[in-house]
Every structure is written in C-alpha cells, then in structure tokens.
Design a protein around this ligand. Structure first.
Ligand code: NDP
Length: 444
C-alpha cells in the first residue's frame, strides 16, 4: 500500500462516522499522489500526512442560553484549530442545525489549502454550533452569541485564531460576538473578521466571496477561450455568497436565471432582480417563494432543482453536496461549459469526476470561494495598521488575488501532467507551501 492509501485507510477506520471529513481528505490526498510520490520517503519519515489530517486541537463545549419564554436551551459549540504552519488559524463559524464534528473538520481541513492558495499568511480552522438562527428573535440571537463567545474567547485572539462568518453567521452575529469578546477581554483587536465597517470591518468584505468567485470564473473562461459576457448562469442559494455572485455576474454582463434556499428555488426567465432578492433575504429574512410572488417573470418550485435549468455556467453557492451525479448529468446534457463552486464542497466526488471527464471547466471551492477569506486577511492587515482602505482598493486587491489563484492552480496542474484539472492544481498549490513550512518547523 502506498503512503496515501495507508493514511486514508487509517482515517476510515478511526473516523468511520465522519463522512464529510473522509470525503474531503480523500478528495485532497488522492489528487496529491504525484506530489507525494516525489518525496514519499521524507513525508513518511516526518509523518507529514498523519500530522496534516489530524487537527492541532479540537475544542468542544456547551452553549447554554435562555429563550424569549424564559426556557433554558443548550447547544453544542465547536472550534477546530487545524493547522497554523503558515499563520494564525482562520476560518468561519457556521450556525446550522446540521453542524457536527465531521462537518467542522471537513471545513477546517479544506480551509488549510484554501488559505494557503490565497498567498496570504493564514492557517486553517473552522467552528460553529448546531444552533439554528432561523425564527429566533434578535434577543435570542444576542443571548446565544454572548454565551458562545463566553467560552470561545479563551481559545482565540488576533495572533492566535481569527474566526469569521459562514452559513448562519452574518454581520449581526459577528457584531454580537465581537462585542462580547471585547467586553470579556478588554482588548480592542481584530479577533474576528466580517465586522461592521464602523468598528474595524473592511469595505468589500460582504461582497468578497461572491465577487471573487466571479473574478476567478471570468479568468478561467477567458483562458479557455470563452467570455462571461452574454452567458446564462444558474446560481443556487440566496445567502451572502449567492447574492454577491449574482450581482457581480450581472455587472460582468451575464444573465443569472435562478436562486434558491433550503425550501425551494426560483427560475426567472428575465434574469434575477437583485434588489428584490436582497430586500426579501437581507431585510425581510423571508423565504425565496416571496420572490416569485413579487415578480411575474419568475416561477417558484419546492425542493431542489436549480441544475435542471439550461445554463452555460453553474455556480453552486448554498451548501455541501448539493450538486450530485444526476445534476451533473443534466448540466452536461444541457451544454454547460463551466462549474465554479461558491460554497464549500457543494459537488459530490462522483459528480466532480463526471463533470471533469466530460470536459466541463471545474473550479473547486477552495480556489473559487477563497475571496472571502482573502479579504478577511486584508481586514486583519487593516486592523493591524489601524487604517481603512477604500472599497476600490480592497476590490482591486481581491481581483488580483483571485486571478493569481487561478494561475497558480492552473500551472500546478500542468506541472504534474494534469492540465486543466483545477481540483488537483488547487490542492497541489495549496499543499506545497504548507508542507514546506511544516517540514521546516520540525515535528510539532
Ligand atoms: P448563508 O447562510 O448566507 O446562505 C446559505 C444559503 O444556502 C441560504 O440560501 C440557505 O437557505 C442555503 N442553504 C443552507 N443550507 C442548505 C441546505 N442544507 N440545503 C439547501 N440550501 C441550503 O451562507 P453563505 O452564503 O455565507 O455560505 C454559503 C456557502 O459558501 C457555504 O458552503 C459556506 O461555507 C461557503 N463559503 C462562505 C463564505 C463567506 O464569506 N460567507 C466564504 C467561503 C465559503 P436557507 O436560508 O433556507 O437556510
């Protein structure tokens, strides 16, 4: 058995119930075969892969809070500090009932390579809770966030671990978490990113993941002889990533015809009305069905189904494993040319392989959605400097970073004889830097 298979077999045995974590480690390690083979003796001797797949630490804790009726509630809190070889741990906090250790570990593991790919000095981590923010009052959200931070603060800091938003954690939650950190520690530091602009946040952070996704997609299309302008695009989700992906796609001349949430999806033959979508999702916090009620050109459907709509470019921006083999087959049949992942691991392994085998340009999330964390790192720089950069300055830096991520993964794939396999390219480029740093720092 070669080294990678040994490590994967051990993981399968130890963490049989952590399916998402196993999926992520398998996807990454499989694509590193060529790189590992070159230095297999060194890596094996230093137990590099065993150290890479085992988090530095995993913090699990209870989050007690009181609801509006005066009842005490308990949720589970997680922070997985995966790898800090190239910088402080960095990664979002997910608030969703599906959150468990497997999901946080998969996200933290992916984050190591994503953060490395940005070229910025940030390590990988992730956290969250199985708390469901949906239907909660502002006071309940505040009570939960304060209790969450009352434990989390012991483990984070501007030079240690800098969490950010993710599913269910937006500007409101980051504000409440930051307030509680400051209150307990009595330190005003950039301990969280995604903060409001009046208290240390960066302009363009809100837009960064969606905008970055489009900058990378545009570059990928350009380098393969296509233009984004005039293309039909399907987007899933209607949260932070989806909203700003739709907005930037439209600014770049594409027509976006779908959006979704966890209850259903809409098809709008005239193109999504972004102001209406924002009003429904960001202001009213309502269901996507409201969009179709307010827009004559739109149809609403229950459940999943975005990928059956004919498109040139597909941008999954909701959650993990939302684009499976049947969806991939439909996309190929309908003449889709590119898929770029706005969400983390939205495409199953089987669907990814099918898309690649059928010549679809496929940009993996760890490259395509890295704009969020890259801009978070720019927020950290501004906090350290105690300066604020303009929207255009941040947006231009973001664009430069996304274009260079594309070229890094493209050239890494080529170097190992896997031209246009951007999954392999992203993993190789991300791995190289982290592996070298780990080797240089000894057995830690
Ligand atoms: P939001 O919470 O703002 O939006 C998530 C969207 O996905 C909502 O429309 C939500 O619908 C939908 N969704 C969530 N879970 C499911 C599900 N199980 N089935 C179907 N739809 C679902 O999150 P973000 O936009 O911030 O994040 C989306 C994805 O992008 C995640 O994978 C996240 O990890 C990734 N990401 C986010 C970054 C960021 O900067 N925000 C950075 C990099 C990656 P509903 O409202 O009904 O729950």
């Amino acid at each position: 058995m070669d080294y990678i298979d040994e490590v994967l077999a051990e993981l399968k045995e130890k963490y049989a119930d952590q399916t998402e974590f196993l999926q992520a480690t398998q996807e990454v390690l499989e694509s590193l075969r060529g790189v590992i083979a070159e230095k297999e003796d060194v890596y094996r001797h230093e137990a590099l892969l065993e150290r890479l797949v085992e988090p530095d630490r995993q913090i699990l804790f209870r989050i007690p809070w009181v609801d509006d009726k005066g009842n005490a509630k308990v949720n589970r809190g997680y922070r997985v500090q995966f790898n800090n070889a190239i910088g402080p741990y960095k990664g979002g906090l997910r608030l969703h009932p599906s959150v468990n250790l497997s999901i946080i570990k998969f996200l933290g593991f992916e984050q190591i390579f994503k953060n490395s790919l940005t070229g910025l000095p940030i390590g990988g981590g992730k956290g969250g809770s199985d708390f469901d923010p949906k239907g909660k009052s502002d006071r309940e959200i505040l009570a939960f966030c304060q209790s969450f931070m009352t434990e989390l603060y012991k483990h984070i800091g501007a030079d240690t671990d800098v969490p950010a938003g993710d599913i269910g954690t937006g500007a409101r939650e980051i504000g409440y978490l930051f307030g509680q950190y400051k209150r307990i520690r009595n330190i005003y530091e950039g301990v969280l990113t995604g903060k409001g602009v009046t208290y240390g946040g960066s302009l363009a952070r809100t837009e960064a993941t969606g905008y970055g996704l489009l900058y990378l997609t545009q570059e990928m299309l350009r380098c393969n002889g296509y233009a984004l302008e005039g293309k039909t695009v399907c987007v899933s989700g209607s949260g932070n990533v989806a909203t700003y992906a739709i907005q930037k796609a439209q600014q770049l001349g594409a027509k976006v015809v779908t959006a979704s949430d966890s209850t259903g999806w809409v098809y709008d033959s005239e193109g999504i009305d972004i102001d209406l979508l924002k009003q429904i999702k960001e202001v009213k916090r309502a269901r996507i069905s409201e969009y179709a009620k307010a827009r004559p050109s739109a149809e609403y459907h229950e459940g999943r189904g975005v990928w059956q709509i004919k498109c040139d470019v597909a941008l999954p921006c909701a959650t993990q494993n939302e684009l499976c083999i049947e969806d991939a087959q439909l996309l190929v049949k309908n003449g889709c040319i590119a898929v770029a992942e706005g969400a983390n691991m939205p495409t199953t392994l089987e669907a990814t392989k099918y898309l690649q085998q059928n010549g679809i340009l496929f940009a993996p999330g760890k490259a395509a959605n890295a704009g969020g964390v890259a801009t978070s790192a720019l927020e950290m720089s501004q906090n350290s400097e105690r300066l604020n950069w303009s929207f255009d300055e941040v947006d231009n830096k973001l664009k430069g970073i996304m274009i260079s991520i594309f070229h890094n993964m493209e050239s890494a794939a080529k170097r190992y004889g896997q031209e246009k396999n951007y999954v392999a390219g992203a993993n190789i480029a991300g791995f190289d830097k982290v592996a070298n740093a780990m080797l240089a720092q000894g057995i830690v």
